[in-house]
Design a protein around this ligand. Structure first.
Ligand code: SAM
Length: 299
């Protein structure tokens, strides 16, 4: 469960945190996704000095502060989550309007990433209040880092819809992005989701399942959809899960596609330039495409 912090081994911290007066405004801080010591020194400074604390889960934040020896003293601690946002936001905004420094932490990881915070941030920006961040852990980026899948372009998609039909449709609309896809899933639905992934993309698509990142039972399972289905068939899946999906493989360029692309460009370009552009698009050699273009001219 998120908020179930694990203390881990003490690290050597060179400089003592020296919090100075915190700027007025809304400070989003990231909190650990498992290992309590993944909190940043800046986030601790902000927690120690903010005038008002706001948390998705006030108990989790208190626990985290206790672990790190940050006391609440007599400062207000306001609960702000998806269910009470509309009622809680005016209270938070009133503190901001008074020029207070307000810190917001979601239950675990980075606020706004499949977590509350977006509407609060918008309200602050619309009220001309400064918004800051102390960045840190997020399960999506932690998973991407260890996945072994291409990280040049990725698409974070939050949680998928629940029903099989909606989920398959959701997957299909995302494949055009040509990016590593990252999403969160409940452990209870992982097996069904693999089936829907296979139906949408084929059972030979590469997938990585990251479980319990930064925690004691952390693991990463890598393979095709079919391989992971086989690996998990007899297992009950527990803990927190991120699923990553590789983009579709490069489609083999067939001669018809190359000729069609050349036909589009040739009226406005020289044979040489059109061939160069088409070659780059399909990842082919220029000479090869140039020969095709010359062949077309002779037809
Ligand atoms: N804001 C958070 C972030 O930045 O990652 C995500 C919050 S979202 C409500 C919670 C989901 O994140 C979990 O259901 C799981 O899919 C994923 N998650 C959080 N911690 C994780 C961990 N330690 N290992 C794997 N996935 C995790």
């Amino acid at each position: 469960m998120s908020g179930n912090w694990q203390a881990g081994q003490p690290a050597v911290v060179g400089a003592k945190a020296s919090p100075s007066k915190l700027a007025a405004g809304l400070h989003f801080i990231a909190t650990p996704i498992g290992a309590a010591r993944d909190i940043t020194l800046r986030a601790l400074d902000i927690l120690a000095t903010a005038d008002v604390l706001v948390a998705e889960d006030t108990r989790s934040l208190r626990h985290l502060m206790e672990i790190h020896g940050v006391s609440l003293d007599h400062r207000p601690l306001i609960s702000y989550h998806d269910q009470n946002g509309d009622q809680a936001r005016p209270k938070v905004m009133a503190h901001l309007a008074e020029g207070k420094s307000v810190v917001y932490a979601s239950e675990a990881g980075t606020p706004l990433v499949a977590d509350p915070g977006y509407q609060l941030g918008r309200a602050a920006i619309e009220a001309d209040v400064s918004v800051f961040t102390a960045p840190g852990p997020s399960a999506a980026l932690a998973a991407l880092t260890i996945s072994g899948l291409p990280s040049d372009r990725f698409l974070f998609a939050g949680f998928p819809p629940r029903t099989s039909k909606a989920k398959q449709e959701w997957f299909r609309t995302m494949d055009n992005a040509s990016a590593t896809m990252i999403f969160y899933e409940s452990p209870k639905r992982v097996k069904d989701t693999l089936e829907d992934l296979g139906a949408a993309y084929g059972f030979d698509r590469q997938v990585v399942i990251c479980r319990e990142l930064t925690k004691r039972f952390e693991e990463a399972l890598r393979g095709t959809v079919a391989e992971l289905q086989a690996a998990l068939a007899d297992r009950e899946i527990k803990g927190e899960i991120v699923i990553l999906v590789d983009r579709a493989g490069k489609r083999e360029a067939v001669p018809e596609d190359i000729e069609a692309a050349l036909r589009k460009l040739l009226p406005d370009m020289s044979v040489k330039d059109a061939s160069a552009e088409v070659a780059q698009h399909f990842g082919l050699k220029r000479r090869e495409v140039y020969q095709i273009a010359l062949g077309m001219a002779e037809k």
